[in-house]
Design a protein around this ligand. Sequence first.
Ligand code: XMP
Length: 514
Amino acid sequence: MEKEMVVVLDFGGQYNQLIARRVRECNVYCEIHPHTMDIEKLRAMQPKGIILTGGPNSVYKEDSPSYSPELFSMGIPVMGICYGSQLMAHLLGGRVATAPVSEYGRTQVEIDAPDSLLFEGVSPQTICWMSHTDYIAQAPEGFRITAHTADCPVAAMENKERGLYATQFHPEVMHTAEGQKMLSDFVYRVCGCRGDWQMASFVDTTVAALKERIGDGRVLCALSGGVDSSVAAVLLSKAVGKQLTCVFVDHGLLRKNEGDEVEAVFGPNGPYNLNFIRVNAQERFYEKLAGVIEPEQKRKIIGAEFINVFEEEAKKIGAVDFLVQGTIYPDVIESGLGKSATIKSHHNVGGLPDHVDFKEIVEPLRMLFKDEVRKAGLELGIPENLVYRQPFPGPGLGIRIIGEVTAEKVHIVQDADAIYREELHKAGVDGSLGQYFAALTNMRSVGVMGDERTYDYAVALRAVNTSDFMTAEASEIPWSVLQTVMNRIINEVKGVNRVMYDLTSKPPGTIEFE
Ligand code: XMP
């Protein structure tokens, strides 16, 4: 049977991999390729459809990424999103200009063509996610405008005969209410895909490929106990068993009791057949972080020290053939390894040990989003409590303590966070949240406790709804639960006299504070 594939051509936007993942959710295999890919190579892949992504440039500028206009005459349906839509308009004789009014975030889109294959059954007024400063001022000849907004005359356009579709908004992000329907209509109704690809096959294919690639080689993995490195480690242990050694560096920036919990699962008394080494390196990290307040510097110090500790352990083990990284897609994109802007230097991406003797890197999760990693984890038979464990950043509490990190502050945030998590669990709301944690602000304020003046820290509580961690909204936690948490933190955690709840969405905020 012919293998169905949709190709995403990458023009450097923040949400590119999300598009691929939405297509995969339609059970259609999808690959992302750079916009520099040769058109003949593209044609030879025989994709059922092509999607052009967003990107930070202006199509009318000289050196902006472009593509051969022949793309639109290959008889393969094309969908342009944001920059991709503008490029389609620009290359086919329409006009793209700076929009008089930029649109960012939720925007009401009016559907002008309810008979469009993309919009049939979509509400006449539908909320979409916009993020653009340019717009299509005039659609190319032969195109009809299928949607508009108050500030954007061409929010969507199409040339049905040629199979060309374009949306200024981003159907791939969760905040576009009916976006998944639009993408699935493109994949099924426009491209004519059948949808017979399964995510489940990822695990079998990956384990088999790892077995073959590694053979009888020795493998080393930095295990953090988080979902990503745990799934990566179990994938590897399924493939090569005792050939795998996992090193767990406790950097003293973990959540309360987490080090012991990780050891209980992956250590010698746990269910997995792997070699496990725990390194207690708390003091070293606190020393390196003394006096440092700048977030990127903190991230870099933690990342570098992590590698130092890891290298020292690796040296004791001796030469290995492969080094495993639990890198997942959002780490790759947000660290600016693609063409997207650098938002944060993610610990565990890019930062590779210089002095570990290994031949190759294995990154089995590099193309997956967090929820896809979880699905893979369940496929692998990893217990649910571990699979649904909250994501935790590599630099740990170091980036949840604003300003200087000290052992005292670590204890404060650990205790506050443990209370917050416990109460959310008790109230039964934790399961519905994407990520939630307490952070320690660098703010001190005056309070009164037991008739005494206090001058103590403020804890910020954060909880967001997100499935992809690229965009997020603050969760609505019941007031009574927040109040219980506030009471307990102030009563039980010394050094805190104020508790705040963070309402910021992403963008413009990020999920973590630093
Ligand atoms: P932000 O704060 O960038 O976070 O909105 C998005 C997701 O990434 C996690 N995060 C990290 N994960 N290393 C990681 O492995 C890091 O350096 C890092 N920084 C942020 C964050 O917890 C959230 O889930």
